[in-house]
Design a protein around this ligand. Structure first.
Ligand SMILES: [Zn+2]
Length: 284
């Protein structure tokens, strides 16, 4: 396939995801959660190109040179494309570094770095996006990410964990969560890599040096291997998940009826008395 045809198809795919799932409107104040990686840079570029009102929000985790390069790339990209970039620094918000938090939490609980980071990221980015008056929070999640998570939740024996996923994510407590949407939902990792290479965006393709989630990596390798013999296996997982999502969401609502409340420490949404982020911070 020629590069031009590939780009046209990818852009059509994203436009139809936005349209079919009612993800965004031209009057929305849209904040894109930007890591500086290929997915968030691609979605930022395309939403701006499609005429949406976008700004970028980067959470600086200050993980050595990796964060520095991603931050530099994000500033250079946003500068070149006339996009406002908001930066929050994890250390300023928490009072200590994310690496310190990881080591404290892991000393007391069997969790992976990516789990700690994921909880803190969602918590800080949701708070900041709300402060910025965002109507929608865009993330760069793609088809590979979603297929991996759906599959992981089944293997963990808890498919209900997937209830709040999908192109428009989140269940319950909607007024406290900025609506999160995923325009790249039906784009594969490989397609996004090809797209950003063709476009010549300055991107660091290396993974975070602290990411060591063994389970997700195994699932990724497993699905990548499956796909060699059974093409479309990832797309099938996601398609089947979307068919089951209404039933999963109903089951989740029944289970959690009235249970989403405000965290007694920070006021953010929580399933228990305190939210997951405050629970982790309490271990420092
Ligand atoms: Zn809290």
């Amino acid at each position: 396939m020629t590069d031009k045809k590939f780009i046209d198809d990818l852009e059509k795919n994203i436009k139809s995801t936005i349209r079919d799932y009612h993800l965004l409107s031209k009057t929305d104040n849209i904040v894109v959660a930007c890591s500086g990686g290929k997915d968030s840079i691609a979605v930022l570029y395309l939403l701006k190109k499609f005429g949406y009102d976008v700004s970028a929000l980067i959470l600086d985790l200050e993980i050595g040179n990796w964060s520095k390069k991603n931050l530099d790339n994000s500033y250079a990209f946003c500068d070149e494309h006339d996009i406002k970039l908001h930066r929050i620094c994890a250390k300023d918000e928490l009072g200590f570094s994310i690496e310190h938090l990881m080591s404290c939490v892991k000393a007391k609980k069997a969790v992976e770095n990516c789990t700690v980071c994921g909880v803190i990221k969602r918590w800080l980015i949701n708070k900041k996006a709300r402060e910025l008056g965002a109507g929608k929070l865009v993330t760069g999640h793609n088809l590979d990410d979603e297929a991996q998570t759906v599959f992981m939740n089944i293997l963990k024996g808890n498919p209900l964990l997937s209830a709040g996923m999908g192109p428009k994510s989140g269940v319950g407590a909607q007024d406290m969560f900025v609506q999160r949407v995923k325009p790249l939902y039906f784009c594969t990792d490989a397609e996004l890599k090809r797209y950003t290479v063709i476009m010549g965006f300055r991107i660091l393709y290396a993974k975070c040096p602290l990411s060591g989630t063994v389970f997700r990596r195994d699932i990724k390798n497993c699905l990548d291997n499956f796909e060699k013999d059974y093409p479309d296996v990832k797309r099938n997982i996601v398609r089947k998940y979307l068919e089951m999502k209404p039933a999963l969401a109903r089951a989740q609502e029944d289970k959690e009826k009235g249970k989403i409340k405000r965290c007694s420490v920070c006021g953010e949404p929580a399933r228990g008395d305190i939210c997951k982020a405050c629970e982790m911070i309490g271990l420092v």
